[in-house]
Design a protein around this ligand. Structure first.
Ligand code: BES
Ligand code: MN
Ligand code: MN
Length: 454
């Protein structure tokens, strides 16, 4: 049996196993789910042992455990691939908007619906099945392989950098393979060469020592909610440019070639606008929507809270107001540097009639990966064969915090070969994964490992 026949032959069992994997509520940010996260890691360990990988271990961190496996029996003349993925998932709220419970995987319209289906359990699992098929049908793998599957990606991979530093020799590899990004579109494979970084801040504005009657006190003090709005409205100008001094200093501008490539990507901005039901798109002047989404940095309020938000009117001056503000960064911006610039600027422009505190919640650095090299070539060939189409080179707006670390510490190029779709509701209700891409992904992943071994 060829590995391809094996994949077809065992498809039903794979679906049963995937269902089991997706049923474990491995929400990394929720303390009450810590034991579920661990169970999920242990489930993976058992599974990787079952498919016959040589060494499989659960590595402790100060937070959630890391699943690590090695199967380095192809010989020193064969390359070593480090596969990276994450088994943790996002919270499920608002739960009432799910058609089915998020941890009871449901199959509908050729898709599996569950939290983690596309981000990232489904994509991790298709690699595991590709490796199983290769091992089962030829008794060996075409490359030396290491697997690093973490449980803290959705909370910023907080313990992974020090883990990689400590295990630098053990993790040594020629290429890193990651499947945690979307395809460009249905049937349109892509290789992602750029991910944005993130700088996630919180602003707290304190006004009076208690909520006040807005009639008795209104007009005599600075309202912290008004002050917060004033601060926020001063972070960006009317052209969508961020006004924090030095914010753009380290931005690598999109090259003429990249902008020409962006322009050639199939994209219907009218349909994009209508799909979101907004009267008009808005973004940084001088750039296209696709460039806004992935090639340029951003600053956005993610949450805003103050005062009375119940039904009806309550005449009150709030004592405090807060905002969560995220900035998506592009190469070579640095999240710590941007956090400092943001903090200084907010404190600078804050009205002196209130007290303002700025907190750095978490961040990730952006990355641009090599577009040539053995790994990219092997992935490109694999996608072409599985999908019958040459992949596009794309940048993505999301972040995978560890990617820059592979570059700086392991000195290995990362290949981002994703199989999700943009609209599969990652991080939101009714997350799902297309089973067609699950199948094609298993084929493409197998082909990638085979191509790497040639
Ligand atoms: N898989 C995503 C990253 C992603 C999203 C890549 C969209 C390309 C397109 C990842 O799991 C994720 O959600 N990352 C977080 C990182 C953050 C918590 C530091 C993100 O981008 O918000
Ligand atoms: Mn992910
Ligand atoms: Mn995610």
């Amino acid at each position: 049996m060829t590995y391809s026949e094996y994949l077809d032959h065992h498809h039903d069992r794979f679906i049963t196993e995937l269902t089991e994997f997706l049923s474990i509520p491995s929400i990394s940010t929720a303390p009450e789910h810590a034991s579920d996260v661990r169970n999920c890691g242990e489930w993976l360990v058992n599974h990787l042992k079952k498919i016959g990988l040589h060494t499989v271990e659960l590595h402790e961190t100060p937070g959630h455990p890391i699943v690590y496996a090695e199967h380095c029996l192809a010989g020193p003349d064969k390359p070593t691939v480090l596969f990276y993925g994450h088994y943790d998932v996002q919270p499920v709220d608002p739960i009432e908007l799910w058609t089915n419970p998020p941890f009871e995987p449901t199959f509908r319209d050729g898709k599996v619906f569950a939290r983690g289906a596309t981000d990232d359990k489904g994509q991790v699992f298709l690699h595991i099945k590709a490796l199983e098929a290769l091992l089962a049908t030829s008794g060996a793998l075409p490359v030396n392989i290491k697997l690093l599957i973490e449980g803290e990606e959705e909370i910023g991979s907080i313990n992974l950098t020090s883990y990689i530093e400590k295990n630098k020799e053990r993790l040594a590899c020629d290429t890193v393979m990651v499947s945690d990004t979307p395809l460009y579109g249905p049937g349109l494979p892509s290789l992602c060469y750029g991910l944005r970084g993130l700088c996630y801040m919180e602003i707290h504005v304190q006004g009076p020592n208690r909520d006040l009657h807005s009639g008795s006190y209104g007009g005599s003090i600075m309202n912290p909610a008004n002050a917060l709005c004033e601060i926020i409205s001063n972070l960006k100008d009317e052209h969508g440019k961020i006004t924090i001094p030095g914010f753009y200093d380290d931005v690598v501008d999109l090259s003429v070639e990249e902008r020409a490539e962006y322009a050639k990507l199939p994209f219907d901005s009218k349909a994009f606008q209508q799909g979101l039901n907004v009267p008009l798109l808005f973004g940084e002047q001088g750039y296209t929507t696709l460039e806004h989404i992935s090639g340029r940095p951003t600053l956005d309020v993610n949450g805003l809270y103050s005062g009375f938000t119940g039904i009806g009117a309550k005449t009150v001056l709030p004592a405090k107001a807060s905002a969560k503000v995220s900035m998506r960064l592009v190469a070579n911006q640095d999240t710590d540097d941007i956090a400092t610039k943001f903090t200084n600027h907010v404190l600078d422009i804050a009205p002196t009639s209130v007290q303002v505190e700025v907190v750095n919640l978490h961040g990730a650095n952006p990355v641009l990966v090599e577009r040539s090299g053995k790994g990219m070539h092997a992935a490109s060939k694999a996608l072409k064969e599985a999908y019958g189409k040459e992949p596009y080179f794309t940048r993505e707006g999301g972040s995978i915090p560890v990617c820059i670390i592979f570059d700086t510490i392991l000195k290995a190029p990362t290949v981002l070969m994703g199989f999700g779709l943009q609209d599969e509701n990652a991080h939101s209700p009714d997350e799902h994964f297309d089973l067609e891409n699950f199948s094609l992904g298993m084929k493409a992943a197998s082909l990638f490992y085979v191509n790497m071994g040639e």
